[in-house]
Design a protein around this ligand. Structure first.
Ligand code: BDR
Ligand code: CA
Length: 322
C-alpha cells in the first residue's frame, strides 16, 4: 500500500491488515493529507496499534514537478479540509490520530527504492494499492520502468469524473501530483481506479460508525471515531458530495477484497490534465464513440454501501480489544 495517512487512509490500512487476505509486503508513504513526516508518523501509529510488524517506508516529500510552477503551489487553506466554527476546529484529517503514539520507527530505505527493489526481486507479481498522490509510484516507474512487468495490478483511489473536491473538477490525489498520475496511467500496468464517483455513492453514516465502535475492538473504535470526525467536519463545511460520508481509500481496498462492492465499472481510456489551468489534475475520460483509444483502466462508478459495511464489520471485529 502507498498512503498519505490521513483519516480514510488509516481505515484503509486497518482493513487491509485485518482482512487476513493480503500478504502486506510494506507500506510506503507520500505527502498528501499532510507533510510526508506527519503521514509517516500516522502510518506507524496505525501499524503499532495492531502490534504488527509491517515495514513502513517514507517517500517523496514533494510532488514530482507540480510546485516548480509558481501558479501550481498547493494552498491548503483553499483545500477545505478543516474549518474553525464557534472557536472549535473541525478537521477531515486529524493532525495526530486519536490512538497511542507510534513506538516503531520508519525504515531507513526510501519508499521508491523499496518499491523498485521489491518488484524486481519478487518471483510473484505484486498488487499496488495507492491511496494518496501517486508521487512514489510515478517516481518508481521513472527510476525503473521495467518494474511494470512485475505489477499484478494497481488499484488506486483517485480522480473524479465530473465534480472534484480539491478543485471544481480535480480530486485531491490527482490534483496534488498530476504528472505522477499521468505516468501511472501511461505505464502499461493494469489499473483500476476508484474515483470520487464511486466513493460518494457508498458513503457511511453515523450509525455505521456506531456499529464499528460497538465491535469493542481498537480498530473498530478508531474507524468509528474517524468516520464521525469526518462527518462532523463535512457537516460544518457543507462539502459532502454524496449521502453518507465517503471513506474513499477504504473502498479501494474493499474492491481488491471483493469485486462485488463495486456495482458499476467500465473499461475507459483515461488521461490527466496537467496544464496548470482550471482543469489542472482533472481525470479526463474519453468516452467518444468511433475513436481508436484502447482502454487503459477500469473505472468504478458506483459502490454498494451495504456490502462495503459488511466487509468493514467483518475485518474490524478482529485485532486487539479496547
Ligand atoms: C483522497 O484525498 C485524500 O484527502 C484522502 O485521503 C483520499 O485519498 C480523496 O480525494
Ligand atoms: Ca489518502
Amino acid at each position: 500500500m502507498d498512503v498519505d495517512t490521513g483519516s480514510d487512509d488509516a481505515i484503509a490500512l486497518l482493513l487491509a491488515m485485518l482482512s487476513g487476505r493480503f500478504e502486506l509486503l510494506g507500506i510506503t508513504v507520500c505527502r498528501g493529507n499532510s507533510d510526508v513526516e506527519t503521514c509517516t508518523r500516522n502510518t506507524l501509529q496505525v501499524v503499532d496499534m495492531l502490534g504488527l510488524d509491517i515495514p513502513v517506508y517514507q517517500g517523496c516529500p514533494d510532488p514530482m514537478v507540480r510546485e516548480l510552477s509558481r501558479g501550481r503551489v498547493m494552498n491548503n487553506a483553499l483545500n477545505r479540509t478543516s474549518i474553525v466554527k464557534d472557536g472549535k476546529e473541525y478537521k477531515v484529517h486529524p493532525y495526530t490520530l486519536p490512538i497511542p503514539p507510534a513506538r516503531s520507527e520508519k525504515q531507513d530505505r526510501h519508499a521508491c527504492s523499496f518499491i523498485v527493489e521489491t518488484l524486481k526481486s519478487s518471483k510473484e507479481k505484486i498488487t499496488l494499492i495507492p491511496t494518496g498522490p501517486l508521487t512514489n509510484i510515478g517516481m518508481a516507474l521513472r527510476m525503473d520502468p521495467s518494474i511494470v512487468k512485475n505489477i499484478e495490478e494497481i488499484v488506486l483511489m483517485g480522480g473524479a469524473v465530473g465534480t472534484g473536491n480539491a478543485s471544481a473538477c480535480a480530486e485531491a490525489n490527482f490534483f496534488h501530483d498530476p504528472e505522477a498520475a499521468k505516468i501511472v496511467l501511461g505505464s502499461g500496468a493494469k489499473v483500476r481506479i476508484v474515483p470520487l464517483n464511486a466513493t460518494r455513492s457508498a458513503g457511511l453514516y453515523r450509525e455505521d460508525a456506531a456499529k464499528l465502535i460497538a465491535l469493542g475492538t481498537m480498530a473498530g473504535k478508531l474507524a468509528g471515531d474517524l468516520i464521525n470526525m469526518r462527518t462532523d467536519a463535512s457537516d460544518v463545511m457543507g462539502t459532502r458530495g454524496g449521502d453518507g460520508e465517503p471513506i474513499h481509500d477504504a473502498l479501494a481496498v474493499a474492491w481488491v477484497l471483493d469485486e462485488s462492492v463495486i456495482t458499476e465499472s467500465r473499461e475507459e481510456h483515461c488521461d490527466v490534465d496537467f496544464s496548470g489551468g482550471a482543469c489542472d489534475g482533472q481525470l479526463v475520460i474519453d468516452s467518444r464513440r468511433g475513436y481508436e483509444h484502447e482502454p487503459n483502466a477500469r473505472v468504478a462508478y458506483k459502490g454498494d454501501r451495504k456490502r462495503f459495511m459488511e466487509i468493514m464489520l467483518d475485518a474490524f471485529a478482529k485485532g486487539p480489544k479496547c
